[in-house]
Design a protein around this ligand. Structure first.
Ligand code: IMP
Ligand code: MG
Length: 376
């Protein structure tokens, strides 16, 4: 049993065939204990219950009959709420004990339809037996007489259950795998190579690089509402409030719902911003998985920046004093932030001296040691 891919989604092993077998056996015995002396008519609900029906019947120790009704309500991984009867019952169940065999009860919409189907048929009694039941998804009041196993509100496939037609043949149950997200915060003094490394990491792990500076420039240039708002502060010589910045970042995150994660660069710069970022991510079921600081000796960085300044012409890269001031500022501002992440066990530091590949390798080692990762 390993990870299974069906269409566009991944599924992970969840319930073994041995466990299913034991559950089906228990279910059959429970039903038999109640109905001894009768010849029940089992009605399996197609398509999903075909595998259960076969196994259940083999384990049922008394006389019984079986028939099938075909209902459909699912499209993809969500119930449509509309239940259609595609194949009806041929037998006359009047006066008989009918036991419906369901693979799974989810919202309960199908159960309502089943009750409707049998309501005019004068059955002696109608009982419901289901292999799986998702209590958190169930929206009906109807009684379920026999339950094999209660499951969390997560989509499953296998043992008759499908995802858009596929997966019914799997002998075990697999659960939809939530996407593994890696969210990183990169720290580093000017010249430490954050931009260069972010470009490699985003390729390697399918991440989206969110550089706060670029996000600002983009919003201002394109005159978005947030960009215009930010500009009023900048033009007035004031700092852009955290709330405006975080709203811009939120818009970036929302633009990239399919991303495998984000690399935040240039944000957060304060503990308050780190808290705001946590709140933004937690609201979407994500978190910062690691913050990584690219460490390098000040003298080495100064050499690098002076070289860069010669090529780029950036004035702040050409003056040693200005460079030292930026380092000072970094030390002062980042220290409390590092503590914030250290307290959460999420802080890593990586030697930033070496070739680009060497540094990428060091960063990858940290990333791949995180529990969440699946490299592409
Ligand atoms: P309900 O009408 O919402 O209770 O859903 C019942 C039917 O939806 C089942 O008989 C299945 O065919 C399908 N279904 C519900 N949950 C799942 C699931 O997790 N995987 C595959 N099919 C499901
Ligand atoms: Mg079904």
């Amino acid at each position: 049993m390993g990870i299974v891919k069906l269409h566009d989604k991944f599924f992970k092993p969840f319930i073994s065939s041995e466990e299913i077998d034991g559950t089906v056996e228990r279910l059959a015995k429970e039903v038999y204990a109640d109905l001894e002396g009768e010849v029940p008519l089992f009605v399996a609900i197609l398509n999903g219950a075909f595998m259960l029906a076969a196994d259940f019947l083999k384990k049922y120790p008394g006389d019984c009959e079986i028939s099938f009704v075909k209902l459909a309500s699912y499209s993809g991984t969500a119930s449509t709420g509309q239940v259609e009867q595609l194949v009806g019952l041929n037998e006359n169940p009047e006066g008989r004990t009918v036991v419906v065999l369901e693979d799974i009860v989810d919202t309960g919409n199908t159960l309502v339809e089943i009750h409707r189907i049998f309501s005019g048929m004068n059955v002696k009694s109608l009982k419901i037996a289901t292999l799986f039941y998702k209590p958190e998804a169930y929206k009906q009041q109807l009684n379920i007489d026999y339950i094999g196993m209660e499951l969390p509100h997560k989509f499953i496939v296998g043992y008759g259950l499908d995802y858009d037609g596929l997966g019914r043949n799997l002998p075990e149950i697999y659960q939809l795998k939530e996407k593994d997200m890696i969210n990183l915060v990169l720290f580093g003094k000017p010249g430490a190579g954050k931009g260069t490394q972010a470009a490699y990491l985003k390729e390697k792990y399918s991440l989206v690089h969110i550089s706060t500076g670029e996000v600002f420039r983009y919003n201002i240039k394109n005159e978005t509402e947030l960009g215009k708002l930010a500009k009023t502060y900048i033009d007035g010589g004031e700092l852009v409030p955290d709330e405006v910045t975080i709203n811009m970042l939120q818009a970036e995150v929302e633009k990239n719902e399919d991303a495998h994660g984000f690399i935040f660069d240039g944000f957060p710069r304060t503990t308050a911003q780190a808290e705001a970022l946590d709140e933004l991510l937690h609201g979407r079921g994500m978190e910062v998985n690691a913050t990584i600081a690219l460490e390098a000796d000040d003298e080495v960085l100064i050499e690098r920046l002076l070289e860069r300044g010669k090529v780029s012409g950036r004035s702040d890269d050409q003056d040693k004093e200005k460079i030292r001031n930026r380092f000072e500022e970094y030390n002062e501002k980042t220290a409390p932030l590092m503590n914030y992440y250290k307290d959460q066990g999420k802080f890593y530091s990586v030697d930033g001296i070496g070739s680009i590949e060497e540094i990428t390798t060091r960063l990858s080692r940290v990333i791949e040691s995180l529990e969440v990762v699946s490299s592409k």
